[in-house]
Design a binder for this molecule. Structure first.
Ligand SMILES: [Mg+2]
Length: 221
């Protein structure tokens, strides 16, 4: 059965973690917690870690436990000079353009950040839509409810005809349990874990062209 939709994560998937974007966002998250929760810098890492592991994202934890306004948080933490970290990626543009299936973004960040990242990488026109963390509220990846909500927003495609492409093992595991094909992005010590396939970076996607589940997704020249 032919594939329907390819669902791409954004951060550390469309660009590698070595760019420093996520580190910069992490610094802003720490600063936000220091400013808004009146915590010392030493306590911040522990609080962040607890919130992330209990609630899926730091944001959801801050909302539930501390009543933080999500928009205030999202605007603050993503306010980084992206052009310092990301350059246009015409190679990736060409690779993604060759894939004929519907392609969407599903991110635990917000629309604004996603649009800025896509703009900076010059990947405009590739993705049909962006599903962000507010679209699946009150859930977020890796919660199964977030994936189910995303599927609904996509018109309920059969998950067994969708692929999740993500650098997070937690997200990959949920997607697999829901029936998705999965492509894990990043090194992960070369271990594919439970994913259907693994690539170091998205530029390696064409190396998977022979996998049966990806058959027929590439446009004929
Ligand atoms: Mg990611």
């Amino acid at each position: 059965m032919a594939l329907d939709t390819l669902i791409f994560d954004l951060d550390d998937t469309l660009y590698p973690p070595t760019t420093g974007v996520w580190d910069a966002i992490g610094e802003r998250i720490n600063q936000f917690i220091v400013d808004n929760l009146a915590l010392g810098t030493a306590e911040v890492i522990q609080v962040r870690d607890e919130l992330f592991h209990t609630y899926g994202t730091t944001l959801r934890g801050l909302q539930i436990v501390y009543g933080i306004d999500p928009y205030k948080y999202l605007n603050f933490v993503h306010n980084i000079p992206l052009a310092t970290y990301l350059q246009p990626n015409p190679t990736l543009y060409q690779i993604l353009k060759q894939i004929s299936n519907r392609k969407v973004i599903f991110t635990n960040s917000d629309q604004n950040h996603a649009l800025r990242v896509l703009g900076q990488l010059e990947l405009g026109g590739i993705f049909e839509r962006i599903i962000d963390v507010m679209d699946v509220a009150p859930f977020c990846k890796p919660q199964p409810e977030a994936f189910q909500h995303a599927l609904k927003l996509l018109g309920n495609p059969d998950p067994t005809r969708c692929v999740l492409i993500d650098d997070s093992l937690r997200n990959i595991n949920t997607a697999r349990d829901l029936g998705f094909y999965t492509i894990l992005v990043g090194n992960h010590n070369g271990n594919t874990h439970a994913a259907s396939a693994r690539v170091d970076t998205l530029e390696d996607l064409p190396l998977l062209a022979d996998l049966p589940f990806l058959e027929g997704i590439w446009r004929q020249e």
